[in-house]
Design a protein around this ligand. Sequence first.
Ligand SMILES: [Zn+2]
Length: 141
Amino acid sequence: MIKYNLKCENNHEFESWFSNSNEFDKLNKKKLLECIYCASKKINKSIMAPMVSGRQLKQEDGFGFSDKKLLNEKKELLKIREYIEKNFEFVGDKLSQKVREVYYDKRTKKSIYGTATPEERDELAEEGIDLLSVPWVDKDN
Ligand SMILES: [Zn+2]
């Protein structure tokens, strides 16, 4: 099971569980997801997106990010989560702002993570800042 933070077009945020990362896309495509507050069917994933500016998550760290199958393994996801929590600073929904601070202040080599909306992500990508998304899983389920 994977928990996603979801956001509707009116910026309502809520959480929902999916059996795997494909289920969200499937349900969303069929318009089977709706906002629990306003019943809007325009739902986006608001994912945890670790910033990899300072410290890159590398193969050597034991994370095969290129391997999509690995990302679907909960055990692996938990390892990734633990690694990120240990080595990255959580900045919550200030991610896009903080990422810019780190990116434009070259002296700062901070590794941060937090949430970003798809819009914020697109904006950052246009500025040449790539975010890395990882499915975020709960430890206790
Ligand atoms: Zn809503």
